[in-house]
Write a new protein. Structure first.
Length: 195
């Protein structure tokens, strides 16, 4: 076997081994998602709380109450965020108890985005910069729950809201702001209070 053939064979073998060693990470559902996906659960009430539409992605925020068939019925309340872009779709469920923290994080991101790249010397944005919120800073911990993360992206072609779902995908909303998601969460909270 000549040198180039040995190199290709060796490289192919290493590539196959390295692919076999990749472990698919399993993300746990949020409590509301797990409850909603149980066989006896159903949506007892829902109402659209807001939308974010852009040329690249779409999001629909729905306030909802989920019940199961037990007597008396168990209930959980919160929101479902349906995300869609050209690469795929995902649904994220956030319980009512977490919505205040998510709204606060969206407000934090919106305020940081309004200042542009003032944090960078000369107010010039690097080619790819993100501003986020402390809620979404995981440091060395790898998230294990299928939930929502948000930031504002500054790039060469503009800026916009960037949402990711652990285990689901990444969704970019050019020229959109986290304040739109904050407003939808606030409307959902108000709708849930009335129920």
């Amino acid at each position: 076997m000549n040198y180039p053939t040995r190199f290709v064979a060796c490289f192919s073998f290493v590539l196959v081994i390295s692919q076999a060693q990749i472990v698919q990470r399993q993300y746990q559902p949020t409590p509301l998602e797990a409850f909603a996906r149980q066989p006896n659960s159903h949506i007892a009430w829902s109402n659209e709380a807001g939308r974010i539409d852009s040329r690249e992605a779409h999001a629909v925020v729905t306030a909802l109450i989920v019940e199961d068939g037990a007597q008396p019925p168990d209930r959980m309340r919160g929101i479902r965020v349906d995300l869609l872009d050209q690469d795929g779709r995902d649904q994220v469920y956030l319980g009512e108890e977490t919505l205040g923290a998510f709204k606060k994080a969206m407000d934090e991101i919106s305020q940081a985005a309004a200042h542009g790249c003032a944090w960078n010397s000369g107010d010039v944005c690097p080619p790819n910069a993100y501003v986020g919120a402390a809620l979404f800073w995981y440091g060395d911990r790898v998230p294990s729950v299928h939930t929502l993360s948000a930031s504002h992206h500054f790039g060469e072609r503009g800026s916009g809201l960037f949402l990711s779902t652990f285990g689901g995908g990444h969704f970019y909303f050019p020229d959109r702001d986290a304040s739109q998601l904050s407003a939808a969460i606030a409307r959902a909270l108000e709708q849930l209070k009335e129920r």
